[in-house]
Design a protein around this ligand. Sequence first.
Ligand SMILES: [Zn+2]
Length: 309
Amino acid sequence: VPELPEVEVVRRGLAEHVVGRRVEMAEFSGPRVARRHLPGPVDLADRLRGRVVTAARRRGKYLWLELRDQAEPAWSAGAADPAPAEALLVHLGMSGQLLVTAPDGPPIRHEHARLSFADGGTQLRFVDQRTFGGMAWSEVGPDGIPTTIAHIAPDPFEPAYDASSVVRRLKVRESAVKRALLDQTLVSGIGNIYADEALWRAGVHGERLARTLTKPTLARILDHAREVMSAALDQGGTSFDALYVNVNGQSGYFDRSLNAYGQEGRECARCGATIRREQFMNRSSFSCPRCQPRPRSAAGSGRTQGGRG
Ligand SMILES: [Zn+2]
């Protein structure tokens, strides 16, 4: 599943290759790609035709193209926005990829959507082997966020992100701290991988109840989450080759240097103990038994496996 850094790489690719171009035609194939757009794929194609992509934006793991009738930059000069923008939300799902390709090439395996542009140049194709991803249209609210994801909290890289407010809300959570970190309505963009990494860096077991941690510790965990995602972004390629571009970061852009996630059986880089894997919220969690001792009482919600206290 793409996490925030991967989605940001995709966003940058879209900003480079698609923003500023007018959609000439959108084509959708298969029953699933537009299933989140209830009026259906024909309606979605109608809404896209003739619109100008004025921005590629992201909040957490959510990605969208901002659409307007004109590319006039009046609003970017600080003037009032002449008309509310609309958005094409792109859900990458488990395996969704956006490819910038030469125009009018043959369909790619697992291609479900294709956007052609009025300039006749490269096309944008949505390829998704497992078809959990898709595209949907949304209005955009006054805050610039698509209304269909208005409940998603700012991610740690946004100006709207308020770390102290998130800490205050964490401090009253009855749930396990990892569960809270994964709650996209509290802070968005932290997925399983980066939650484990942030907790390892902070030396906190994910099943500790959030309210039992001090505010400085909670703040530290959030800072670590931001740092580890930022480091991943620094490693991720931001340059894209010309014609055939995979703007999804899944295929090797990220040589993630991970300390906990996926490191079961390896030595903890800090203390040398063996990294363990546990089940939590139906997913694997990785931690160091010495740096991140389990809470005494197994009160962590979502726990599905027994263990010593
Ligand atoms: Zn350790």
